[in-house]
Design a protein around this ligand. Structure first.
Ligand SMILES: [Zn+2]
Length: 163
């Protein structure tokens, strides 16, 4: 047994098209993601076979909490992450001219898939542009009107006289 729940045996799914499997996991560790709290990661994986060499994998209800320093005040705060839906294709051979909106991963030659990287990508996509604690977010909300440069532009425009 491999030490990760994220390596899933799919040999039975690859026997024919339209086979399904669903796997739940709770509090599974991914050490590659920084600042994760000790609840680690929970969620569900749905796997469906297209044919004998490709699968559609969908992550559902991925939950975790990241405790990281605020970009502004540097105080540590907790950010809850929830990904309700994230899909990728897994296939036996790399596609030559691929035309697929989602990501494509490879099915291992021993008929297993490793969904860890997919979960990491799904979580990293949730990263906000700036990471701010609740207090700093509230501060921004209350002060945006006075700090927003657009207001100056608006006032300036108001002074234009049309003759
Ligand atoms: Zn802050």
């Amino acid at each position: 047994m491999k030490n990760s729940k994220f390596i899933i045996n799919v040999w039975d799914l690859l026997l024919s098209a339209w086979k399904n499997d669903e796997i739940s996991f709770e509090n599974e560790m991914i050490s590659e993601i920084n600042w994760l709290t000790k609840d680690w990661i929970s969620g569900k994986v749905l796997i469906q076979s297209f044919n004998k060499e490709s699968l559609l994998v969908t992550l559902q209800d991925i939950k975790c909490t990241i405790k990281e320093p605020c970009d502004r005040c540097t105080k540590e705060y907790e950010r809850n992450i929830f990904v309700d839906h994230y899909s990728a294709k897994f296939q036996a051979e790399p596609e030559k001219d691929y035309d697929w909106d989602d990501e494509v991963f490879l099915i291992d030659s021993n008929e297993t898939i490793d969904i860890k990287e997919m979960i990491i990508n799904a979580i990293l996509l949730q990263e906000p542009f700036t990471k701010k604690c609740e207090e700093c977010l509230k501060y921004d909300e209350e002060n945006w009107e006075t700090e927003d440069w657009n207001l100056d532009v608006f006032e300036w425009k108001g002074n234009i006289n049309f003759r």
